[in-house]
Design a protein around this ligand. Structure first.
Ligand code: GLP
Length: 240
């Protein structure tokens, strides 16, 4: 894993944008895997700026999101589709037909997982953007998820519910289940970009980079990827 240590969140976002842009520029029809959470928000602002101020076009980009809460859709401001529209998709010229994200309100969640998995199998992601959970999760692949997993429904851990409750009015409102892209599908991306900032990510970053490659830390598998880049600020790197 290639590690790029930067001073702060602003530098992390700028570094991430420059890597993102190099992938976008290299293809006439780039396929990007997007993540939600606070880590990529600065990157998304720079992409919006690129469209609005520089006139860059993203109309030929196809997107795949990592995950979605079960039970939420775009009518909830806590859903991941709402997050993506609000932070990125509504501000650029991406074709809505090219946006892919698991449907959290599908009547048959197992069937929805299979549909999303088949869609991923028929595509090839050029760049997968990832945050990392404080417990080492990627997407919503919680500790002890098999490395061989494909898109599946997960029961969120108490730690993740606790961490993500900061976005909700009340911890009781945090959904207990989610649909997530599996670890195999994440690893199939040609290039992976992991973003980590802040002291609360230091332990997860340490386990990912220096700990054993083990299902107890899902992110540790990323060390086996041939082209994975971690961009992390000084706080997130403080235990390395
Ligand atoms: C959530 C998401 C992950 C994200 C992680 C870290 O649980 N499912 O995809 O990477 O949290 O979020 P943040 O970037 O806000 O720390």
């Amino acid at each position: 894993m290639n590690i790029v240590k930067v001073k702060d969140y602003k530098a992390l976002s700028e570094e991430a944008f420059s890597l993102f842009k190099s992938v976008i520029s290299a293809s006439s029809a780039p396929v990007i895997g997007f993540a939600t959470g606070s880590s990529p928000v600065g990157l998304y602002e720079l992409i919006c700026y690129d469209y609005i101020k520089n006139g860059a076009s993203y109309k030929d980009m196809t997107t795949f999101n990592l995950d979605e809460y079960v039970g939420l859709d775009v009518s909830s401001d806590q859903s991941y589709i709402y997050f993506m529209k609000h932070n990125l998709f509504d501000h650029i010229d991406v074709n809505p037909k090219n946006i892919n994200i698991p449907n959290g309100i599908a009547p048959d969640i197992e069937k929805e997982c299979k549909r999303y998995s088949a869609l991923l199998a028929s595509s090839s992601i050029d760049l997968q953007i990832l945050g990392i959970g404080a417990n080492g999760h990627i997407g919503f692949n919680e500790p002890n998820t098999p490395f061989t997993s494909t898109t599946h429904k997960v029961k969120l851990t108490d730690k993740t519910i606790q961490d993500n409750s900061r976005f909700f009015d009340d911890i009781e409102q945090v959904p207990k289940y989610a649909i997530t892209m599996g670890i195999t599908e994440i690893m199939n991306a040609k290039k992976i970009l992991i973003l980590a900032n802040g002291k609360n990510k230091a332990k997860a970053v340490f386990d990912m980079v220096k700990g054993p490659v083990s299902e107890s830390c899902p992110a540790s598998i990323l060390r086996r990827h041939p082209d994975a880049v971690l961009i992390a600020d000084e706080d997130a790197c403080s235990l390395l």
